[in-house]
Write a protein that binds this ligand. Structure first.
Ligand code: GLN
Ligand code: ZN
Length: 756
């Protein structure tokens, strides 16, 4: 009998109940027991949703982040948080710097969880870190789960991945030295679970799908030789987001009772692991995609698993590829999608059912799921042929792409000379990244308009006023290159998705991004194309109000793709090309409308980077090509900008240069010198605007500080290739912060100009 389970379930609540409960609690409008009771309802729902599986996952719930939970359970709380206060206060102060109660304090650093859009809190280890296990909260959850009557499988983040995700506070990079001490705590942890009558425990080691050097491989071996020696509990070692690659031989030798592999993101590795993983040990195959929203092709899934089942019998487990944390919760809630589109999709609740059906087909024969199989086949067939998905015009254009389409007519130096004449900008030109404050009144306007309480005309009039005001403010401030402020955009991807063909939007398709924050990615279901100009009208309107150049503002193909649920029936590269071609037409139309500078934002460019270095080249090939396809149709004297807001450029600097944007604006103010080192060492050839102040903070930088920062960058970059701008868009800031900050920025640039 194939056994069924998931690797974890979303914890934000079917209707984001936990989000709202958290925000209420943080605002001081509810107490801890009210928050706990919402959390308990969410867990109950989650277990109920998994009740038809053989094992239900527990202990994977979190109020904010499971990496923080792991750190807290291990007794790792940096000193600055240690006060005499309720545990939940310390917990939230670590997560967000403040809790109702306790003093404000710098929160833990937050960063992306592997190649997903989920963010975890980076544990901070001290030099002589000691560990002190306290898992009472998790044990209680496990007992509650057991009370449902189902066998329970607790979920733990593994010790080696935990150390790989942590940082050492005192400068020393080495976190591995803590492994021996950490393993003692994990042994206690497993013993405590065994004492609860737990048979199987899931231990996540996603680090195993990255390339590990000898030290880390050795750590994996050491950890599982130790933990695997416990006889009273069985370990299911879980890996996800890719293949085991070069770690496969190491893993195959580990003394654990079971191994989970991702058969979606790591489908190429499935056969190999099936061949080497011992037959008398459990192999859990993650065949249902935990990270996308497409209905599983049941027939194909069963076909893939049958040979494995024949070989392994009871030792085959059927699962989701990764935790369903990365999936929206329940398709049933979607009342505005048409039935055809809906028939193509599956969210977490539906995915659980798919896991069940696949196992049923294996255990009882394919006939036992005849009806569901027919529905699945129907969805597969209609996606293959639907006119809503396949547009011959789009595929013809893709086939006709030539190398020349991805290159500007001239090289950067020729273009730069022409642009200098065309734009007549001063030295150290000042600009902003695109958005100006999205004020409460702008958001209110949009709500009213969407709710049908404000007419299209009134909405447009109001947005025009906002744009005119933003242009006026920028002229007053004396900025050199203006923006229209993005008042008409709710979100930089959704806005484009709504205007392009091939996108659909859900009402409840929320996925946790961090803490209480969720995103609702658009669904790319069909060929993407542009049936009408996207941004031209507003940009033209803004440009007509001023003699200064106004930047056309587009979201790049990699980011639109990266922040959507992509199709799984064509390659990512092709989807990116389709989006790129639509943007290319937009660039041409903006030029026709008299726009001289066009910015194509790619904040997701780094995020999509594959976890394995060996796979990165292939990524760069399509991602860079897509950006170039979108931008390279521009005339030489049109200046193409791009923007990326993060500060880790090491792995991508060559690719960034390959984009061949005339100007790149980046985030630097938080780690200026290291970042610019990368650009200097590489001899970055084009223009750069290193962000001169941090827009994530309400602090207003003073003139001297900005000037000092620009002067410092001049050691690395010639003045004629330097721009002066904030780190990122200003939409989350208030006008009271934006005005003085930009005024100081403009003054700093002028002072330097006068000295030059
Ligand atoms: N143009 C966008 C803005 O200013 C860029 C946002 C981003 O980089 N995330 O808001
Ligand atoms: Zn940004």
């Amino acid at each position: 009998m194939a056994i069924t389970h998931t690797l974890g379930f979303p914890r934000i609540g079917r209707k984001r109940e936990l989000k709202f409960a958290l925000e209420k609690y943080w605002a001081g409008e509810s107490n801890e027991s009210e928050l706990q009771s919402v959390a308990s309802e969410v867990r109950k729902f989650n277990w109920q949703a998994q009740s038809e599986l053989n094992l239900i996952s527990a202990g994977d719930f979190s109020f904010y982040d499971h990496v923080l939970d792991t750190a807290v359970r291990l007794g790792i709380t940096p000193e600055r948080f240690q006060q005499d206060e309720p545990a939940i206060t310390t917990y939230f102060r670590q997560a967000r710097g403040r809790a109702p109660g306790g003093t404000d304090v710098p929160a833990l650093e937050m960063t992306k969880w592997f190649n997903t859009n989920y963010h975890y809190l980076v544990p901070e280890l001290s030099e002589g870190q000691s560990f002190n296990l306290n898992i009472d909260d998790q044990l209680q959850q496990i007992r509650d789960a057991k009370a449902t009557g189902k066998p329970v499988k607790p979920v733990l983040l593994g010790p080696v991945s935990f150390l790989a995700l942590s940082k050492q506070r005192d400068g020393d990079e080495q976190t591995l030295k803590h492994l021996p001490a950490l393993l003692k705590s994990y042994l206690l942890w497993l013993n405590a679970l065994a004492a609860e009558g737990i048979v199987w425990v899931q231990i996540d080691e996603p680090i195993l799908v990255t390339e590990l050097d000898a030290d880390w491989q050795c750590a994996i071996n050491q950890a599982y030789q130790s933990l695997g020696s416990l006889q009273k509990i069985k370990i299911l070692l879980t890996t996800y987001f890719g293949t085991l690659g070069a770690n496969q031989d190491l893993v195959a030798e580990l003394p654990v009772a079971g191994l989970h592999v991702d058969a979606v993101a790591g489908s190429e590795g499935l056969e190999a692991i099936n061949n080497v993983w011992p037959e008398h040990k459990v192999l859990s195959v993650g065949i249902v995609n935990g990270r996308n929203i497409w209905r599983t092709d049941l027939r194909k899934a069963v076909d893939t698993l049958l040979p494995i089942a024949e070989r392994r019998g009871d030792f085959l487990w059927v699962a989701t590829s990764c935790s369903l944390l990365h999936s929206p919760i329940d398709l049933e809630l979607e009342d505005s999608l048409d039935t055809e589109l809906k028939s193509w999709l599956a969210f977490a609740v539906q995915k659980v059912n798919e896991v069940k059906l696949i196992a049923q087909a294996i255990n009882l024969g394919i006939e036992s799921i005849e009806q569901e199989l027919q529905e699945s086949d129907k969805a597969v067939a209609s996606r293959q042929t639907s006119g809503r998905i396949h547009n011959p015009g789009v595929s013809q254009r893709i086939t006709a792409i030539s190398d020349a389409d991805s290159s500007r007519s001239s090289g950067y130096s020729v273009r730069a000379a022409q642009q200098r004449k065309h734009l007549e900008l001063p030295l150290y030109p000042t600009t902003t990244i695109g958005s100006f404050p999205q004020t409460g009144s702008i958001r209110h306007l949009r709500r009213e308009w969407r709710g049908g309480r404000l007419s299209e005309q009134d909405y447009r009039d109001a947005i025009s006023k906002e744009i005119a005001q933003v242009i006026h403010e920028q002229e007053e401030l004396g900025l050199d290159v203006l923006v229209h402020g993005e008042a008409e955009r709710n979100d930089m991807v959704e806005y484009f998705g709504e205007l392009l063909e091939g996108f659909a939007f859900t009402r409840f398709g929320w996925v946790q991004s961090y803490g209480s924050r969720c995103v609702k990615p658009p669904v790319i279901f069909g060929d993407v194309y542009r049936s009408k100009p996207l941004t031209v009208e507003w940009i033209r309107f803004a440009q007509e109000l001023t003699d200064k150049p106004v930047k056309g503002m587009l979201t790049g193909p990699v980011t639109i793709l990266g922040w959507s649920f992509p199709r799984d029936d064509i390659s990512t590269a092709t989807i990116a090309q389709q989006i790129a071609l639509a943007l290319r037409d937009e660039v041409a139309d903006l030029e026709k409308a008299g726009i001289k500078i066009i910015q194509i934002d790619e904040p997701a460019f780094r995020e999509l980077l594959p976890l394995k270095i060996s796979e990165q080249k292939a990524y760069f090939d399509w991602a860079v090509q897509a950006f170039r396809l979108a931008s390279a149709g521009a005339q030489d004297n049109t200046q193409i900008h791009t923007h990326m807001c993060y500060s880790e450029f090491n792995a991508i600097i060559d690719a960034i240069a390959d984009l061949d944007a005339d100007v790149i604006t980046i985030e630097t103010s938080r780690s200026a010198s290291e970042l610019l080192d990368v650009f200097r060492e590489y001899h970055y050839p084009n223009e750069i605007g290193p962000g001169v102040y941090d827009i994530h903070s309400p602090r207003v930088p003073d003139v001297e500080e900005i000037q000092a920062l620009i002067s410092r960058t001049q050691a690395y970059l010639p003045a004629e290739r330097l721009w002066v701008n904030p780190d990122c868009g200003l939409k989350t800031r208030s006008w009271d912060e934006v005005r003085p900050a930009l005024r100081n920025m403009v003054t700093a640039a002028r002072n330097l100009r006068n000295k030059a």
